[in-house]
Design a protein around this ligand. Structure first.
Ligand code: ATP
Ligand code: MG
Length: 561
């Protein structure tokens, strides 16, 4: 999807919700966001969060629950619960009183299981995992009934209670729904409802040694909470008959409607917790919050704003067909937001020293710079100017190319917020590398123009040598070199972009950034948007993450030739 191909902000799910309110089917809308606490949230989850919490925000009296789907004790951790809560809040949403855990319902889920047994809808099956698989059949062949399918209600109840009592080892028995082994939908071939697992749960401890399956837990949790619209991604469409079967066969307080939408796929990255975990474990990235990661903690550390993510989710819309969204759209959204809100400062990433030979050695001037030239209400600040300044190495060319309008021998340019300078002499070391420029300045040009009306074609940024603060700058690029690194089951890790992180250790930023708060965001004029790293930044050596570049017209000109 391109930036020019955006959908309207309403979508088929919001239409269903509006119709259900208009028809009186519901007078209050309840949605939920149901993460499994087995990893960190990623940008795909942001889509689901914005949809579920967004619908709750848009409709009076509506609410959205945050529910941890914690039915898998071996993979889940409290650490993930905390980070997920933090991410949802950071995105700007609030579940109020409505924080739930599927494990809160373990007693009720168990009672309902006994109800299914009593009504002849569930049975205990002793088939081994292997036999269960072979009895299940294939997509083209029907399955066969388990030899344990016709057990009496009494025997099933007795066995199920003994399963719960801890009498059997893991994997020896399961509770299955009695539906239809010949169903064209594999999910309906007597799916497992409960399994034996002698494992400690992060909330219920050792109370349980049998745990309910997701497909059984989810509809019941929704119903117990009074959810009206249970929104999930397309891969659950085939599970919907089981969702409905479960609720049709149990005396739950209501029967929510499951609606599926397309998951978010983003170019040049992967959005699956399992794959992200591999990147972390195999040390392709520094951690879950590595600023290259499409996790919410990574994106946030990189400097993306919650408003930019919400705007992105609004722009991509919600549809029924899977698609890959261009990561350029995400970059567009953060640029759009930071363009409005970020203070402009000067930082030199690859410094080249300039000595202004006719400027007094002992003088420092405090020059006035605007924090945001298009938004005067954002105020002004002082930037110190002195005889020696650093400019960007690439703002000088000894033999200027066509259309290069910046500094060159004999040429005059404007120093942003300061004076015109003219390059008089290029100083090189014995290897021929340029180490310093000698320039002169025109004291009449403070403020950006010359009294005699002569023009300069270039304006460049700079930092005073005596006042600049040494900084580390981390430049990030796309994590993968391929647009769809995991297409067709490819080993996506082979496509990790070796240049996705470039660390520049010798940068200089203007003095006003001396004690910049971790997490604060700036535009380095002409360079891009940067954010003070929240983990590695130190007072005397700040670390800046490049959030996103500005569009570079010079690069475009260069490409055109
Ligand atoms: P993953 O495949 O990355 O492990 P998941 O679906 O297993 O993700 P859950 O914690 O179960 O992760 O997801 C919580 C909610 O977020 C679910 O409702 C799920 O449908 C939704 N979700 C997950 N990934 C995406 C995505 N890429 N786009 C939109 N919604 C998503
Ligand atoms: Mg999942």
């Amino acid at each position: 999807m391109s930036i020019n191909d955006l959908q309207a902000s309403s979508d088929f799910i919001r239409t269903i919700v509006a119709n259900d309110l208009a028809s009186g089917k519901h007078d209050q809308i309840v949605t939920r966001f149901p993460p499994e606490p087995n990893g960190y949230l990623h940008i795909g989850h942001a889509k689901s969060i914005c949809l579920n919490f967004g619908i709750a925000k848009e409709n009076t009296g509506a609410r959205c629950h945050l529910r941890f789907d914690d039915t898998n004790p071996t993979k889940e951790e409290q650490e993930y619960v905390e980070s997920i809560k933090d991410n949802v809040r950071w995105l700007g949403f609030d579940w109020g009183e409505h924080l739930y855990f599927a494990s809160d319902y373990f007693d009720q889920l168990y009672e309902y299981a006994e109800h299914l047994i009593t009504t002849g809808k569930a049975y205990v099956c002793d088939l081994s995992a292997e036999d269960t698989r072979s009895y299940r059949g294939t997509l083209t062949e029907p399955g066969r009934n388990s030899p344990f399918r016709e057990r009496s209600v009494e025997e099933n109840l007795d066995l199920f209670r003994r399963m719960r009592g801890g009498e059997y080892p893991d994997g020896t028995r399961v509770l299955r729904a009695k539906i239809d082994m010949a169903s064209g939908n594999m999910n309906m071939r007597d799916p497992v409802l409960y399994r034996i697992l002698h494992a400690s749960h992060h909330r219920t401890g050792d109370t349980w040694c049998i745990y309910p399956m997701y497909d059984y837990t989810h509809p019941i949790s929704d119903a117990l909470e009074g959810v009206t619209h249970s929104l999930c991604t397309l891969e659950f469409a085939d599970h919907r008959p089981l969702y409905d079967w479960t609720l049709d066969n149990l005396p739950t307080p209501c029967h929510p409607r499951q609606i599926e939408f397309a998951r978010l796929n983003l170019s040049y990255t992967v959005v699956s917790k399992r794959k992200l975990l591999q990147l972390v474990n195999e040390r392709h990235v520094a951690g879950w919050d590595d600023p290259r990661m499409p996790t919410l903690s990574g994106i946030r550390r990189r400097g993306y704003t919650p408003a930019a993510l919400r705007s992105f989710c609004e722009k991509i819309g919600v549809a029924k067909k899977d698609s890959v969204v261009d990561v350029a759209l995400l970059e567009h959204c953060v640029r759009e937001d930071l363009n409005e809100t970020a203070v402009r400062v000067m930082g030199v990433l690859a410094p080249l020293k300039v000595v202004i030979t006719n400027y007094p050695e002992d003088r420092t001037e405090n020059l006035t710079a605007q924090n945001h030239p298009q938004q005067p209400e954002m105020g002004e600040r002082q930037v110190p100017f002195s005889r020696e300044v650093y400019i960007e190495r690439e703002d000088f060319m000894e033999e200027p190319a066509k259309k290069f309008f910046r500094l060159a021998p004999g040429r005059e340019v404007r120093l942003r917020y300061a004076y015109f300078i003219k390059c008089e002499k290029v100083i090189k070391d014995e290897t021929g590398e340029i180490i310093e420029l000698h320039c002169t300045y025109d004291p009449e040009t403070l403020g950006g123009s010359a009294p005699d009306g002569r023009k300069v074609k270039g304006t460049i940024h700079w930092v005073s040598a005596a006042h600049g603060i040494p900084a580390e700058v981390r430049l990030y690029d796309r994590l993968f070199t391929e647009e769809s690194p995991d297409a067709g089951g490819a080993d996506f890790k082979a496509f990790v972009n070796p240049e996705s992180l470039v660390v520049l250790g010798d940068c200089l930023v203007e003095a006003s950034l001396a004690n910049a708060e971790p997490g604060s965001r700036y535009q380095f004029e002409r360079q891009g948007y940067f954010c003070v790293d929240t983990k590695d930044s130190k007072g005397d050596k700040p670390v800046f993450n490049r959030t996103v570049t500005l569009r570079d017209t010079w690069e475009k000109e260069k490409a055109k030739g």
